[in-house]
Design a protein around this ligand. Structure first.
Ligand SMILES: [Zn+2]
Length: 79
């Protein structure tokens, strides 16, 4: 039983399935990439959902309480 079993999207009522994703986040002027994030993804519209616990972990990473695994250069474009 996964966390998202029998959960449905609040926008399109589609089925939500759990997937491990990479999550890019903008922190101040920098972008960070958080890998291996468990997310619930709507099969209908692709909206991502995160559990409270996952959000808490993301928050901790963003606040710099965890050391980065590695740093990679990121290319940024503006329109
Ligand atoms: Zn949806």
């Amino acid at each position: 039983m996964g966390f998202w079993d029998n959960e449905h999207c609040e926008y399109c009522k589609g089925l939500i399935v759990e997937k491990i994703v990479d999550l890019p986040r903008k922190v101040g002027q920098k972008y960070i990439l958080i890998k291996n994030v468990p997310a619930g993804i709507c099969k209908g519209c692709g909206t991502r959902y995160y559990t409270a616990n996952v959000l808490k972990n993301i928050e901790m990473i963003i606040k710099g309480r965890r050391k980065a695994e590695r740093k990679i250069p990121m290319v940024v474009y503006s329109l």
